[in-house]
Design a protein around this ligand. Structure first.
Ligand code: KG4
Ligand code: ZN
Length: 331
């Protein structure tokens, strides 16, 4: 059983063997946070509390299994919003205790990386993974289910955060990435050239705050309301170019023939297209989860938890959640 409540999705899933999804239930709070242009932490905690029991029991029902057949509970321990994490984590500890089974705390980023194992075709180790979500943007050299090395990460905004902030700037709703992708379809991505912040071309670090400022400057100096489709298409094109370039370059630098893209922004079809085109050109195999497993979900947490449990990582009733981890790096 996987449980996820780190941000604005209350999710539960039943997964066998770390990869076969028996059920996956995601209750999104997007409509609750939409008017505010971002997640309101207190509202998120309250909504998780209202939804958690129903979501967990629905996941069990849909899996066709009984509670007594659940071997372990895996739950997101961090990083994320503390109040939101506490709801899932406390529920999971109590649920595992009541059933007399182990509870495994999972790092949310490790969960996202495990989303590539939920589809029928998944990568062998090692592979190079681009993790692009609302809270994190980084490139990892993944060597085993419990081993990875951080190659580079954003020095400021995460890619998803940049999508959300640009959307808010233009008066579009939350989550920004979804709105920007939809509106971009009617825009010309080449009319407004926004900067491609590659930083030092040789490393795998990112920076999106300059790009976000460039959009802000454009908005402040133009009659932007007429141009929203071209602005967002140009912005999306710049983000996708940088992410694709850095991912491909990271794989080549490690002479690694397999790449993956995970996290909420991996749902972006322009990014998917660009990564696939670049991989074809460089003869790399690409692994991108199906849309249901790009954004926050509990199946990926169950998958990561399965391997953590096998490695003996079990949490105790006194363990607590954590809000921040700057790196995800195992020996
Ligand atoms: O992984 P995720 O669900 O939650 C975090 O762990 O942060 O990612 C959420 C982020 C949001 O910033 C959202 O705007 C972005 O993913 N996102 C997208 C798309 N769908 C969600 N960004 C670009 N294009 C999309 N289609
Ligand atoms: Zn996430």
């Amino acid at each position: 059983m996987g449980i996820e409540t780190s941000c604005d999705e209350t999710a539960a899933a039943v997964v066998s063997g770390g990869s076969i999804v028996r059920s996956s239930v995601v209750a999104s709070q997007a409509a609750v946070h939409h008017p505010y242009g971002g997640v309101v932490p207190e509202l998120a905690s309250r909504k998780h509390l209202e939804a958690i029991s129903q979501v967990v029991f629905e996941a069990i029902d849909r899996s066709g299994m009984q509670s007594s057949q659940i071997d372990a509970v895996a739950v997101t321990q961090g990083p994320g919003l503390i109040g939101a994490l506490l709801v899932g984590f406390s529920f999971a500890k109590a649920y595992a205790y009541a059933l007399g089974i182990p509870c495994v705390g999972v790092n949310h980023l490790e969960g996202h990386i495990h989303s590539v194992f939920l589809d029928a075709v998944f990568p062998d180790f090692p592979f190079v993974a681009l993790l692009v979500s609302g809270g994190h943007t980084g490139i990892y050299h993944v060597t085993s289910h419990t081993g990875c090395e951080l190659m580079g990460q954003t020095r400021d905004d995460a890619a998803g955060e940049a999508f959300d902030k640009v959307a808010k700037m233009l008066g579009l709703g939350y989550p920004g990435g979804v709105e920007i992708e939809a509106i971009s379809r009617t825009g010309n991505p080449l009319r407004i050239q926004f900067p491609r912040p590659y930083l030092d071309k040789a490393d795998s670090d990112f920076s999106f705050s300059g790009l976000k400022s460039a959009v802000r400057r454009y908005v402040e100096t133009h009659d932007f309301k007429e141009n929203i489709p071209d602005i967002v298409a140009g912005f999306q094109e710049a983000v996708a170019d940088v992410l694709t370039f850095k991912l491909t370059q990271a794989a080549l630098s490690r002479q690694c023939g397999r790449i993956a893209v995970v996290g909420g922004v991996a749902a972006n079809s322009r990014l998917r297209e660009k990564v696939m085109a670049s991989a074809a050109e460089k003869e790399l195999s690409v692994f991108i989860p199906s849309l249901a497993f790009c954004g926050d979900n509990a199946a990926m947490i169950a998958a990561a938890g399965y391997h953590n449990l096998r490695a003996g990582h079990v949490c105790s009733l006194t363990d607590d959640v954590y809000s921040k981890v700057m790196t995800l790096q195992h020996p």
